[in-house]
Design a protein around this ligand. Sequence first.
Ligand code: EPZ
Length: 424
Amino acid sequence: MSEILIQGYRPLEGEIKIQGSKNSVLPMLAASILQQGILKFTNVPIIQDVLCMVGILESVGCCCQWEGNSLTVDGAGVCCAEIPQEDVGKMRSSILLMGPLLGRCGRAVTWQPGGCSIGSRPVDLHLRAFSRLGAEVWEDREGKIEASVNELQGNTIFFPFPSVGATENALLAAVLASGTTVIQGAAREPEVISLCQMLRQMGADIFGEGSERIIIRGVKELSGTTVAVVGDRIAAGTYLAAAAAAGGHVRILEAPWEFMQREIQIFRQLGARVEPVYGDGGRTAGIEFWMERRPGAISLSTSPYPGFPTDLQSPMLAVLSRAEGVSYLREKVFEARFKTAEELQKMGAQISVSGSQAEIRGCERLSGAVVKAWDLRGGAALAAAALAAKGETKIENCIHIERGYEDICRDIHLLGGKMEWVRK
Ligand code: EPZ
């Protein structure tokens, strides 16, 4: 079981280039199945979820080749429409392969991904989208899901909630359908935008991404392309939260400034100074961040983009655990995403959770402790709190953190923190 040791209570000082975005690259990799050419991805984060996705692509017949952080995927050999059950257990996002498998093969077989520590996470909206496009969908008592169709037919799909994954799956199925599909109530996340931009580069006919209404005119075939994965806004926000909790001055290069406006607004409310880093041609190339005082108390709700991202809710809990005063954090996306509060309490945090709201009584100082990661972003939040805490913290069960952060110890070390893997 992998563990991390952290010596806290010292301000951060340093600069990193942020990794490529996990939540952008996973649906883009799934899109490889839709074409029989070569897709080349650069700036790919080498993380467990990506390695698992590559394994699934190879199991359905793709050929994948790594070269550093670049990955090429040859989609010519796709011949199987079944996703191995053990892979589904390792990575919930395996559900994203259903749309492209339906588009390419007219059939897709996978398994209910099941819940995790942040909620039940059903896939009903995904399956409803496939049915709207003409597919027949079955689920058996063991949780096996099968969908099949002769030819996908464009239709209107309405999402009562802007599900990111269901929007991506609907897009991945609709691009090769015959006729026009309108997704009403679509997710507006940057990850949906980057997927649409890549699909358009491959020959798809899509417009409206970034709004709640996306229109897709089906095409006969798609071809390969080359795409650079955008910087990971959640990983960048995690490191800014660490600096907000521990204090200091950090620069996060390639953090997507334009997609982090709500987070920047909140960090400024906490008392941080946040400025863009400019690259050549005046484009924003990162974020510079200073925190010279204890954070101020705030009230905050998570919500779908462009609201405050649910994936930064746990790191924000860590920050507010040190705030001057009482803060309130409401989780409005997932129904059970406060498990990390129990671990933060072991470090002295005064958090009380009632339903979807946490009340956090900020304290001057947190103390190092032995704590456990229960999910990806919760584990990263414990690291942020540990960097602000006096003494040593050991985080257990860090396999969760490795799913989404390329090397959190490497990054925090470059930002001036003392953090090392005890066991990987
Ligand atoms: C994506 O998950 C992200 N994962 C999550 O990041 C992120 O928290 C989430 O979007 C919200 O932004 C990836 O992109 C790989 P949803 P996804 O469908 O698509 C309910 C991380 O830490 N729902 O937008 O699974 C669901 O239960 C991960 O990187 C249904 O009811 O999220 C939840 O309450 C964690 N039926 C809400 O919608 C469905 O069919 C949002 O889920 C689908 C979702």
